[in-house]
Design a binder for this molecule. Structure first.
Ligand code: MG
Length: 261
């Protein structure tokens, strides 16, 4: 069971004070921004963006945003140049002087496109369902689907991606199905790759996320400060906060304590 982050700041303060550098990873949807009705509408609040920019300018901090969205999408939505960005759950990464695409996932682009087309055609009859091809992964959003039609979405997804389709991994998030190529790569692997590139081996890692896929990152950081946003019953994260507003509070605290050092 994770502990409340905002009630344990003195302990975290000690850890940060002892660290030569901070590597701050954050998810986007549900972590920096509340999850809205339309995934296309999610925007960073101006005060959150300002806060990220200020943290980014701290000489003892490196910032990385890691998301299930496509890389270009997350770069545009955050819009701060020079940050490290990881899209498609870490399958593509871009930062100052480095760029990575998982080669196995990239090799499946065409097959994924065909799968997305097949799903789109089958979803057409279900009002509100939306298939989004993000290049290396596919999302099927059903937040806009009427309750009585959700079963139909589930049926179509399960009939299209069956256990026979070994190359795909199907997971369910918050009113969204995710289809990813079954490759040996996830957010945990991505963050270690980023850590190596950033070249701060002794950095303290802080990781904030609300997704099921963030659990891979929590598991990969036994010595880090891992923070689950939202329901904290079943998580590997050490700490939890209730919502993006509390994330904002924590980031503000992080900035202020840094100025006091
Ligand atoms: Mg999220």
């Amino acid at each position: 069971m994770s502990r409340l982050l905002l009630e344990n700041l003195s302990e975290i303060n000690r850890q940060i004070s002892a660290a030569p550098h901070i590597l701050l990873f954050t998810d986007f949807d549900g972590t920096l921004t509340p999850i809205g009705e339309h995934p296309h509408a999610a925007q960073l609040a101006p005060e959150t963006k300002t806060l990220l920019e200020q943290l980014f300018r701290q000489s003892n901090m490196t910032l990385a945003v890691i998301s299930g969205r496509a890389l270009a999408d997350i770069q545009t939505r955050v819009g701060i140049e020079g940050l490290v960005y990881a899209g498609n759950h870490g399958l593509e990464i871009c930062g100052p002087g480095f760029h990575f695409i998982d080669p196995e996932a990239a090799a499946q682009r065409e097959a994924l496109q065909q799968l997305a087309e097949k799903l789109s055609a089958r979803m057409q009859a279900i009002a509100g369902a939306c298939v989004e091809n993000k290049g290396l992964t596919v999302s099927i959003h059903f937040r806009q689907v009427a309750d009585k039609l959700v079963d139909q979405v589930v049926r179509v997804v399960r009939a299209t991606v069956t256990p026979r389709h070994r190359q795909w991994q199907l997971t369910v998030g918050k009113m969204v199905y995710e289809i990813r190529p079954r490759v040996d790569w996830h957010k945990g692997a991505a963050l270690h790759w980023i850590k190596d590139r950033v070249g701060k081996p002794k950095a303290l890692t802080i990781y904030l996320g609300d997704d099921f896929t963030d659990e891979d990152a929590f598991a990969a950081l036994p010595d880090g400060i891992t923070v689950k946003v939202g329901h904290a019953e079943e998580t590997l994260a050490k700490f939890c906060v209730a919502n993006p507003a509390e994330v904002q509070q924590f980031l503000q605290w992080l900035l202020e304590r840094n100025h006091d050092d």
